[in-house]
Design a protein around this ligand. Structure first.
Ligand SMILES: [Zn+2]
Length: 143
């Protein structure tokens, strides 16, 4: 006679001898092992995706910077829209804007600055002072 503990739930004859139910403690260990592994894999994946997202965002910022520079020559508004988009991408991804980007854009009106054209550059007390058409000044250490 077969006791309940040793019996198998499977009804087919071919697997009667296969122990279907491992001891409960083993089941728990396996379950924890699987859960831990899954969560670890998820963490790794999430990390990889974040890194990829940041690379893509950094590339987008570079590309938008190029587009802004190119557009600035004949379309101030188009250049502004690229500058704003780049700022938004940086903000959303918590990435710093490249230094050249920060220096050649106006914080007030988002214009892409072209010294001698829509921006004035002066040296003052060891600083570079860039004045935008909108009247905003930006000071940087001379380097
Ligand atoms: Zn401005």
């Amino acid at each position: 006679m077969v006791t309940l503990e040793n019996s198998v739930s499977c009804q087919t004859d071919s697997c009667q001898s296969v122990p279907v139910h491992p001891p409960p403690i083993l089941q728990v260990r396996q379950y924890i092992g699987t859960a831990a592994r899954l969560s670890l894999e998820r963490n790794i994946n999430r990390h990889t995706h974040e890194t990829e997202d940041m690379d893509i965002a950094a590339e987008r910022i570079e590309r938008l910077h190029e587009l802004a520079r190119a557009a600035a020559a004949d379309d101030d508004e188009l250049a502004r829209s690229y500058v704003r988009l780049a700022r938004r991408v940086a903000e959303r991804n918590r990435l710093p804007l490249p230094r050249t980007f920060r220096r050649f854009t106006c914080d007030e009106c988002d214009a892409y600055l072209r010294p001698g054209d829509n921006a004035r550059v002066r040296l003052q007390d060891g600083h570079v002072v860039i004045t935008c058409e909108c009247g905003a000044h930006a000071r940087y250490p001379y380097d």
